[in-house]
Structure formats: C-alpha cells, structure tokens
Design a protein around this ligand. Structure first.
Ligand SMILES: Nc1ncnc2c1ncn2[C@@H]1O[C@H](COP(=O)(O)OP(=O)(O)O)[C@@H](O)[C@H]1O
Ligand SMILES: [Mg+2]
Length: 261
C-alpha cells in the first residue's frame, strides 16, 4: 500500500461573516494516498475550495486535524506553514493566474527564481527541467509567447507546468476545467493524469461537473460540507511507483515493498 500523504480527522471549518456563522465543513475525515489522482466533486458551495485551502496550508481548520506530509498544520506557525506549502504543494486555479507581462517560459520558471534554495542548483539543470515541463505540456513552440496570445486550454497547460516546477509531492487544482469547453477540459484532465503517472505527484482536483470524475483513483463527493461518498476506485501497485522513482524525490520516501492495492 502506498503511504497516506494527507489526512483530515473530524475537520470543521466555520467562517464568520459579521455576526453570521457559515459552517463550510462539518466533521470531515479522509485519507489520501501518495501518488493518487483524486477528485473532490460537489455542487457550488459544498466546501470544495475550503477543503483544498486546508490541504494547501492556506488556511487552518476551526477544529479537528489536518496532516500534510506528516505535519499537523494547526501546530505550525505562519512561517512553517508557508515553508510546507512552498516545499510540498503546487497550485492550479480555475482562472489560470498567469502573469501577463511574462512569457510562458518565464511564468513556468518564476517559482524557481523566487525560491532562495534554487541558487545552489546548476542553472543548466534548472533550464533542462523547465524545458522538459514545457515540452511535456505540449507548448514547446509557444515558449516565448505571452499568456494573452494563448487559448484557455493552453494557459491551463502553462499553469500545470508551473505547478510542477518546484517538484511538489502534491498538486491541488481547484476546478481547473470550469472555464474551458468540455473537450478542452477533458484534455487538461488527461494531461494532469499523465503528469501524475509520469512523475508520481499526487493530484487533487475539484469539480462541480459529475461527468469528469470517472478517471480518478479516488473519488470524494461533498454536499453541504459533508462527505456523501468516499471511494478509492483502484489502488496503485508498487510497480506504478517504481516508474516515478528517480524523477521526484518526494515520491521515493513514499515507496513500500511488494504492496498490493
Ligand atoms: N471567506 C468566506 N467567508 C464566509 N463564507 C465563506 C467563505 N468562503 C466560503 N464560504 C462559504 O462556505 C461554503 C463553502 O464554500 P466553498 O468551499 O467555496 O465551496 P465550493 O468551492 O464547493 O463552491 C459556502 O457556503 C460559502 O458561501
Ligand atoms: Mg470553489
């Protein structure tokens, strides 16, 4: 069995709007396995973004525990939370969130440039990695274009490459297909699945579209802040993880011998 990389236990999240309390999550418990392709599905307002924000160390639960990569987020101060986020998590957004004045290559490379640690890495290695990612998402010939010159689907491909550039163990995608037509949305899902299988990165994506969840290893369905379905469709064998080994150091630590799903 693969390692459990994310664990929520009896999580509640309450937002306070003036004097009104909104209970966005009510008693959520779930485990996510390293390397899985996970779908969080549910109608608008069901709590998808709230869960992703808790997993993404952007916010803390009102009560209950959230454990990400072995760390209990409520025990961390803001600096440690930020570090965990930078080291372990990549983000993909519904509205792509690219920087308009930077070209595609610069957008993908930016997190590396902003990261103090990357100074020690060889520039040539860094360039190869960025090239590899841009090629993997099919945008080699668009590398020097600005985001405004790309279609929505192409912009989301850039965002996928950017989310992976720090080699995070986990990528969170909040309704990544919501602004795309269904054929383009499907190709974005296929690309995320391909990167999940190639690099071993755990992907968690949310969607309000009930049709696009079939592809996932693990389906979590929400309604009104509660889990109404939690189904791991097929586990991964250790062979799947062996493919990823060596390409993503975060995955090496998750490998166990001879496990059966
Ligand atoms: N910052 C906030 N302040 C107050 N209420 C919020 C806030 N964010 C979300 N909510 C409420 O929490 C519930 C869940 O929201 P959300 O997690 O955004 O759902 P989803 O992403 O599934 O649409 C909704 O009722 C929403 O109105
Ligand atoms: Mg949302």
């Amino acid at each position: 069995m693969s390692e459990i990389i994310i664990s929520l236990d009896k999580v509640r999240k309450v937002y306070f709007l003036d004097t009104v309390e909104v209970e966005a999550l009510k008693d959520i418990s779930l485990d996510i396995h390293a390397g899985d392709f996970v779908s969080i599905a549910g109608p608008s307002g069901s709590g998808k973004t709230t869960i992703l924000n808790l997993i993404g160390c952007v916010d803390k639960p009102t009560s209950g525990t959230v454990i990400v990569h072995g760390k209990r987020t409520s025990d961390l101060d803001d600096d440690s939370l930020t570090e965990l986020r930078h080291k372990s998590i990549g983000f993909i957004f519904q509205s792509f969130n690219l920087i308009p004045v930077l070209n595609i290559r610069e957008n993908v490379e930016l997190p590396l440039l902003l990261d103090g640690r990357s100074g020690s890495e060889h520039k040539a290695d860094r360039k190869d990695w960025v090239d590899y990612l841009i090629e993997s998402v099919g945008l080699k010939d668009r590398m020097l274009h600005k985001p405004a010159e790309l279609s929505g689907g192409q912009r989301q491909r850039v965002a996928i490459a950017r989310a992976l550039v720090m080699k995070p163990a986990i990528v969170l995608a909040d309704e990544p297909t919501a602004n795309l037509d269904s054929a383009t949305g499907e190709s974005i899902l296929r690309l995320m699945r391909h990167m999940n299988e190639t690099l071993g990165t755990t992907f968690i994506f949310s969607t309000h579209d009930p049709d696009i969840v079939e592809e996932a290893d693990h389906l979590i369905r929400l309604r009104d802040g509660r889990i109404v379905e939690d189904r791991r469709i097929h586990g991964k064998t250790s062979i799947d993880f062996a493919v990823a080994r060596g390409t993503n150091e975060a995955v090496d630590a998750t490998e166990t011998e001879g496990g059966q799903p």
